[in-house]
Design a protein around this ligand. Structure first.
Ligand code: ATP
Length: 299
């Protein structure tokens, strides 16, 4: 196989709790992660030597500061690959948005190299080594719905959430994950999201039980700094969302709709109103739907 195309799916956090700050400066989290049907596309080709990255997203680095480059280097070093790889990234996922855009590109690069070079490395092994690139990368390899603990890398797969529609809106601001965690008073969190209750609701197939527990403690930092996030959340609820929440460290907001027609109406209205620069109507993506991750190889 000389060329391989792989989709890198974005995630949202249906629930996000921070348990405590760890002595090493990281935060211990407890989150319900959900892959969604919004993706970047990576095209991988074998090359004589080295790693060459190109992208249609001019603002992104193409050197070792790009997580794709780091992932390719990790694969070459770990599995002693002699050949090089050329990767082109077509970016659709909003950048610095709380949707794990960089992490999912790294995950896709690792899975793509695994296939391109017919390495046959099991996904669980890729997940294990990928945590050195970023705590969200193992989940991006796993996909579907999962509980993430530790610093986000300890995963428990969960059953799919009941079918629903996910409206995603990113305002024209970028939020640094580092800034948000640094400004979070984790010891002072008064109300912790009911993540255990959400897991029970997922296991019972109760969408209502999931929606009523959607909370993200990072909103306490990002929303006061960027009030537009609250405006978009309120707008989504007015437009008929059953629940709305900021994803990750923000600023992306998502709304869950039970009816497709209502979701489409809200999608058009939100785009027309201009509060958010990027708006997508998408849906949860289950593991079975992802395999073989919408990929194709060209020999
Ligand atoms: P998370 O939800 O994991 O916090 P995020 O969605 O907030 O992630 P990213 O889109 O992953 O944030 O980008 C954060 C920063 O990482 C960007 O400012 C960018 O410079 C850098 N970066 C490196 N590689 C990539 C990539 N392939 N795609 C996007 N950003 C990347």
């Amino acid at each position: 196989m000389n060329q391989y195309i792989v989709k890198a799916y974005a995630k949202i956090n249906l629930g996000l709790d921070v348990i405590k700050k760890l002595p090493n400066g990281y935060h211990q989290v407890k989150m319900v992660m959900q892959a969604i049907d919004l993706w970047d596309e990576l095209t991988l080709e074998k090359a004589a030597d080295g790693i060459v990255l190109t992208t249609d997203a001019g603002e992104l680095p193409t050197d070792e500061n790009n997580l794709i480059y780091k992932a390719a280097k990790l694969m070459r070093d770990t599995y002693s690959l002699k050949e090089g790889v050329k990767i082109h990234l077509q970016k659709n996922i909003p950048i610095a948005a709380g949707m794990a855009g960089g992490s999912t590109d790294a995950a896709a690069a690792m899975m793509g190299i695994n296939r391109l070079f017919s390495l046959g490395i099991p996904h669980r092994e890729l997940m294990r080594i990928s945590a050195t690139i970023g705590a969200d990368v193992p989940f991006c390899i796993l996909g579907g719905t999962a509980l993430a603990e530790g610093i986000g890398e300890q995963l428990t797969p969960l059953p799919p959430v009941p079918p629903c529609h996910v409206l995603v809106a990113k305002p024209d601001i970028s939020v640094s994950t580092k800034y948000v965690y640094e400004h979070l008073d984790s010891a002072g969190i008064q109300r912790h999201p009911d993540i255990d209750g959400m897991i029970t609701a997922i296991r019972e197939g109760s969408l209502q039980g999931v929606l009523s527990r959607m909370e993200n403690v990072l909103e306490s930092v990002t929303v006061p700094a960027y009030p537009i996030i609250e405006s978009i959340k309120e707008n989504m609820l007015e437009l008929g969302a059953a629940a709305s929440l900021m994803s990750g460290s923000g600023p992306t907001v998502f709304g869950i709709f039970t009816e497709g027609a209502a979701a489409e109406y809200a999608f058009r209205r939100l785009k027309a109103e201009g509060l958010a620069k990027q708006v997508f109507l998408t849906a949860p993506l289950n593991i079975s739907e992802e395999l073989p991750r919408g990929s194709s190889g060209i020999s």
